[in-house]
Design a protein around this ligand. Structure first.
Ligand SMILES: [Zn+2]
Length: 411
């Protein structure tokens, strides 16, 4: 019997398995103000705003653009980046084209009216079902912040969460820039002090444990700057060592760290104004060695950190690389990172997450990622077969179902 086609088997494996997306900023329709979807949100996403800032019409400054109502911003972005005098070829622009094509809309439309009418014709629940189905996504992990005024109030009141949305306790607002968060924490009943005393640490641990339980959070997540050093006398390093890692160990849930973001290098771009820097991975070696019972989900923002992250993963079984984050979420880099990880870590990592903030983005993020990732898997399976391994289609299905189903850690 002739060997089966590996390319076809890999395609089939992706089609047969719904994706578990382990890091997004998506929320269910029941969390109304946080639920973002549709053409105006999609077009005014900060990736596209940042790109439009390089292509604004003569006489329109970034500051003036920022004061325009959202629908007018969306119209201007559509005109400048899609209707204008150049092809929409960046990854973020291609993403909008893919979304519109997947929805059966004309991506060369002269304005957004057709897309807006299509979006308006569906309820948020219908729109969610349609996007999940078309994107092949089974469930997404949210980013949940009890100290966010809008979101915190919803959890306090009690909110019904669509079971396809899993909670993740986000730590940034409670731990970064101490003692700025102290007032809000005291408002929730946690007796933290301005100084980083044992009492403050104990109360912060109680805050994390309470909210993990209240939200049924699957892991705790924080994003950190490239100068994050561990151990050190910086407040955030003390917080991680005295609050986050002990809580993760006690509750038996992973601690996710997303490292390498430098905030607001150009503040006029607002959400689009953040950049990146390379991290010293010796910090991760110290963390993983000091906390062997804690599982660390790690994603680093600098391309220059990716190879050493794989090596660190080989040294520490509690280090779990995931996804191609933010500025790395581009085909040329996804291809390189996926091959590097397969070669150094086998199947023991989570290849991708979407980081979607707008529901519609699921329609392009996964399509684009799988287009790049599938051929890398095909090449590795070809090598495996050529080496003499009697590969089966069931092997391929099992690997892809595990790796794109949240990985062994979160399944
Ligand atoms: Zn994110």
């Amino acid at each position: 019997m002739p060997d089966f086609s590996i390319a076809e088997a890999v395609d089939k494996a992706f089609q047969n398995h719904a994706i578990v997306d382990i890091h997004t900023h998506l929320y269910p329709a029941s969390m109304a103000a946080l639920y973002l979807a549709g053409p105006d949100e999609l077009l005014t996403y900060h990736y596209l705003k940042a790109e439009c800032s390089r292509m604004l019409p003569d006489g329109v400054s970034v500051g003036a653009f920022n004061t325009m109502p959202a629908a007018e911003q969306a119209d201007m972005i559509w005109q400048q980046l899609f209707v204008g005098d150049s092809s929409p070829i960046s990854e973020a622009q291609l993403g909008v084209v893919t979304v519109m094509s997947r929805l059966g809309l004309n991506p060369r439309a002269k304005d957004l009216s057709e897309f807006r009418a299509f979006y308006a014709s569906k309820t948020p629940e219908e729109y969610t079902d349609m996007v999940f189905e078309k994107a092949g996504v089974a469930c997404v992990y949210m980013t949940n912040d009890p100290l966010d005024d809008t979101e915190g109030a919803m959890w306090q009141r009690g909110v019904n969460i669509d079971p396809r949305f899993k909670a993740v306790l986000r730590l940034d607002s409670a731990l970064m820039n101490w003692p700025a968060p102290a007032d809000k924490l005291r408002g929730l009943g946690y007796g933290v002090e301005e100084k980083l005393s044992d009492k403050t640490f104990a109360e912060l641990r109680r805050y994390l444990a309470d909210w993990v339980e209240k939200m049924d959070a699957r892991y705790m997540a924080i994003s950190l700057p490239p100068d994050f050093a561990y151990p050190s006398a910086d407040s955030i390093a003390l917080m991680m060592g005295n609050v986050v890692y002990p809580t993760a160990r006690e509750l038996g849930i992973p601690s996710a760290m997303m490292i390498g973001v430098t905030r607001q290098v150009n503040p006029v771009l607002k959400d689009g104004g953040d950049s990146l820097g390379k991290w010293d991975i010796a910090n991760l070696e110290r963390i993983a060695r000091d906390w062997p019972e804690v599982d660390f989900l790690i994603t680093l923002l600098s391309r220059e950190n990716q190879h050493e992250l794989c090596v660190t993963g080989r040294k520490f079984p509690n280090v779990h690389p995931f996804g191609c984050w933010w500025f790395l979420n581009n085909p040329s880099i996804i291809r390189e990172m996926t091959a590097e990880r397969l070669e150094l870590l086998g199947t023991s990592f989570v290849p991708q997450h979407s980081d979607a903030r707008i529901l519609d983005q699921l329609l392009y993020k996964w399509t684009h990622s799988i287009q790049v990732i599938a051929p890398v898997f095909v090449e590795k399976y070809e090598s495996l077969r050529a080496a003499g391994w009697p590969l089966t289609q069931a092997d391929i299905q099992r690997d892809i179902s595990t790796m794109f189903g949240g990985g062994k850690l979160l399944d």
